[in-house]
Design a binder for this molecule. Sequence first.
Ligand code: MG
Length: 120
Amino acid sequence: MEHHPLEGSKMVKDVSLQQLKDMLAEFARVRGWEQYHSPRNLLLALVGEVGELSEIFQWKGEVERGLPNWSPDDKEHLEEELSDVLLYLVQLADVCGLDLGQAALTKILKNARKYPINPT
Ligand SMILES: [Mg+2]
């Protein structure tokens, strides 16, 4: 099998949203897929992936943090579906012309003001 240039990406530390955004834009561009990546289409794809993510947990009952009883295959499946959700979310923000990283930081700060820490 041909060695793909992204093959070593497990070594990349501190992956940024910017990096993902750029890689996804290039991925779509070279395949001529930009025409399909309207905000609405990306939103529907995102919702579909959230469904796939939900399926992993469906009927399992409550699951312990760290997933101690899950097989490596199940964990890999979860990684893939979480990634699908993230990647569509990043693309959706991109085609809407929004800076998702900045928006998320702003939202955390807003939440912190809305929910102050109770002095004990
Ligand atoms: Mg998926």
